[in-house]
Design a protein around this ligand. Sequence first.
Ligand code: SF4
Length: 236
Amino acid sequence: MIDNEINYDSEPVANAGDNSSNPTTSAYPDWRKDDNTLTNAGLPDEEQEWFCDARPQPARKSWQPIEDFLNWARANSLWILAFGTGCGAIELRPLVTSRYDISRLGMQPRPTPRQANVFMIGGYVSIKTLKRIVRSYEQMQGPKFVVAVCSCAINGGMYWDSYNTVKRIDEYIPVDVYVTGCMPRPEAVLAGFTKLKELIKAGKAEGQNLYAEKFDWYKENQKKVIKDWNMPDYNW
Ligand code: SF4
């Protein structure tokens, strides 16, 4: 597991799939209105009114003792979005079956983002998959957390110079815990979830709030590589 070392003051990243000659130019420059709401410009006219144009906001904190109790409850009820992005996702199977049986630790895989609060990115991330990752992450209920599993998701791994995979998933959605390896053993993934629990209990798993605070930076990065943006600018 490593610390997050992202520079949010940097220009939008130039990355895989980026064929633009100007690395600071978004493929969709008109996604913000003057009043700072979202244009949802990628949607056809008939779908414009189906989606909200508001930005995500950082979650408000409760009185600290209440917040501590909520964090304890959150840490012991992790519902994992079972979305395998690459070969590393195979490690979810031994975690949920009899050998490690994560149900006894308050964790459970779920089939849909609407029911999940933990997104496990399990391997390399292609440009096509990134679009689904963004949409799934934004659709998840909050408070929500991300665990990036595998070197490929964290630093590009063996796909570092690939034309169709991104190098760092944390330049597109916030990551709370990183589990390195190719592929990490189930024990390492379990250690990652244990670390996530510690962070949640300590009130330090703040990726969701980071996403809301640095929304423009993340969105510019996403739009730089996702060329066929036919979804809302924020998927409520
Ligand atoms: S790090 Fe290894 S196991 Fe994980 S996605 Fe990459 S190639 Fe597959």
